[in-house]
Write a protein that binds this ligand. Sequence first.
Ligand code: IPE
Ligand code: IPE
Ligand code: MG
Length: 246
Amino acid sequence: MSDDLLRRLKVHGSVPAHIAIIMDGNGRWAKGRALPRPLGHHAGMRAVREVIQGCLDAEVGVLTLFAFSQENWQRPAVEIDALMSLLEEYIARELDNLRSKRVTVCVLGDLGRLAPGARQAVDRIMADTAGGSDLALNLCISYSSRAEIARAARQLAEDAVAGRLVPAEIDEDAVARRLYTAPWPDPDLLIRTSGEQRISNFLLWQLAYAELYVTPMLWPDFTRRDLFEAILEFQRRERRFGRVSV
Ligand code: IPE
Ligand code: IPE
Ligand code: MG
């Protein structure tokens, strides 16, 4: 069934080069089953596997997943601990598989706030998957888009003070080159699960012209097929970038 959709989207139009996903609704998924919230996060790992495989199959070049925001540090300690253990578990379990599928993993965010175990796991997956050519997988962890933009502004100011740059040279490219996402094109498609119609401090700069796709589905229920449905919907959109239709 989902392979049918895959064939359709390949003939239907161009596949997004970069898909970004706000993976939301794990807590509500667990609550609906009278389970503790961490079990919702655990169930969400299956959906992560599904979308990675879907991107490989559809030949999407870049997948950026919002896994943990800086604001999420304000959640109860038990939930944060569970999420950090899950991150370590995910990396230990998936590393070989990702490497064999030629997926390069990058972790974007304020990694200085991670506990030593999580930090080591993150460094390991980045080092051990470097050079994979089939998919760039970005995991946004301890990530805040405003903090990312402020960091870019700070770097520009430091370069100016050190005489490496004159302020007149600061243009959009100069800012973009100092964001975590500098190596990749901007997302073409943003998917948010759980029906919330907001950006929640994710890729504010990079999403300027992304197509937005909000589904009421909760993240642990999201499948490869749902990813293909979102891509098909993307292919039906007319992207004008401020111009008039042709
Ligand atoms: C998304 O699910 C995962 C993280 C933010 C870490 P939530 O935990 O936000 O789930 P809901 O929104 O409470 O259902
Ligand atoms: C956004 O979800 C962050 C991640 C999915 C990691 P939240 O659940 O934290 O966002 P809000 O609080 O509903 O805006
Ligand atoms: Mg949420």
